[in-house]
Design a protein around this ligand. Structure first.
Ligand SMILES: Nc1ncnc2c1ncn2[C@@H]1O[C@H](COP(=O)(O)OP(=O)(O)O)[C@@H](O)[C@H]1O
Ligand code: SF4
Ligand SMILES: [Mg+2]
Length: 313
């Protein structure tokens, strides 16, 4: 079975589209990799598969192998990381390179002839595709598999998650991360997500509030007062862990769209950390290397450490 050698499977959910579910999935994956773990990303958003775009591997093709598909590599494990063997006590923010774990992706986007092709499949065909994604991908041994799901909590989603649950063992399925925005934090929106998880028997690992605040690319004035939204209060109210708030950072979009390493106006401080300026700019590296310069990386680094702790009990 293709999921057999995967230690932890985590779903990323949101009630609405456009709140940043795929960008959160991408950053969780890059950060886990930077902490030395081997990671797979499965994109089961069949109507808007955006994982190939986020990892800048849109022109890659999935290879057929006996009995299934070979996922597309974003990068292989670095040497240092292999020596450390996915070791837990990696401090990825102290500026030293500790290497990174391998990162692979699977998405319907790799199988469509034309990226723009919208898929208007009905329920049963979608369910069959999801089942195939879960049984026919040669992931190999992974520490974490992140699943980017379509937005919503309809009956179709319930059947989708039930299919996922059938293919994985309860020990493998660690739970779900819920992504929301300050606007969507309205009680009803998040409540729906939490009820959905309870209904299908998936543990809520935590809520991430995305698009809370703004890291301005023009001057440091407003970025330094990046305030956390109402996410924490909301999470307490529903008795689920709050992982953190993530501001909008145009440098993150630029990294995804153009592959360029982020830099910030002199004096930009996000969450107590000084950001790199144009003068510190290093030569352009790989996506994972460039992501370490993004203002969102230290935030994700902290959230992922929390998540790993929660998952490992
Ligand atoms: N924190 C952020 N900073 C900058 N851009 C973001 C951020 N979160 C999301 N975006 C951008 O917003 C758009 C929608 O996000 P996406 O992750 O595709 O949402 P979803 O998967 O929930 O539909 C994308 O173009 C993405 O790059
Ligand atoms: S950070 Fe500076 S340039 Fe950006 S919105 Fe605030 S005052 Fe304007
Ligand atoms: Mg998406």
């Amino acid at each position: 079975m293709s999921l057999e050698n995967i230690k932890h499977i985590t779903l990323v959910l949101s009630g609405k589209g456009g709140v940043g579910k795929s960008s959160v999935t991408t950053q969780l994956a890059l950060t886990l990799s930077l902490q030395g773990y081997s990671v797979g990303v499965l994109d089961v958003d069949l109507t808007g598969p955006s994982i190939p775009r986020f990892f800048r591997i849109e022109s890659s093709k999935v290879r057929q192998a006996p009995g299934g598909w070979v996922p597309v590599p974003v990068h292989e494990a670095s040497k240092e990381s292999e020596e450390q063997n996915g070791n837990e006590h990696i401090d990825s923010t102290n500026g030293q390179s500790h290497g990174h774990g391998a990162l692979y992706c699977m998405s319907l986007g790799f199988l469509l002839a034309n990226r723009g092709d919208a898929v208007v499949w009905r329920g049963p065909k979608k369910t069959a595709m999801v089942r195939q994604f879960l049984s026919d991908v040669h992931w190999g041994a992974l520490d974490y598999l992140l699943i980017d799901t379509p937005p919503g909590t309809s009956d179709e989603h319930i059947s989708l998650v039930e299919t996922l649950l059938k293919q994985a063992t309860p020990a493998q399925l660690s739970g779900a991360v819920i992504v929301t925005t300050p606007q969507a934090i309205s009680i009803s929106d998040v409540k729906k997500e939490i009820n959905f998880c309870r209904k299908v028997g998936v543990k809520v690992l935590g809520v991430i509030e995305n698009m809370a605040g703004f890291v301005c690319p023009n001057c440091s004035e407003c970025s330094n007062i990046f305030s956390k939204g109402g996410g924490k209060v909301m999470a307490q109210e529903f008795d689920v862990p709050f992982l953190g708030s993530v501001p909008l950072d145009p440098m993150f979009s630029r990294l995804i769209e153009e592959g360029k390493r982020p830099f910030y106006p002199e004096g930009t401080v996000v969450d107590g950390k000084q950001m790199q300026t144009k003068d510190d700019l290093l030569e352009t590296g790989t996506l994972v290397q460039n992501y370490t310069a993004c203002s969102l990386f230290p935030l994700f680094d902290g959230m992922v450490k929390e998540l790993v702790k929660t998952i490992n009990g």
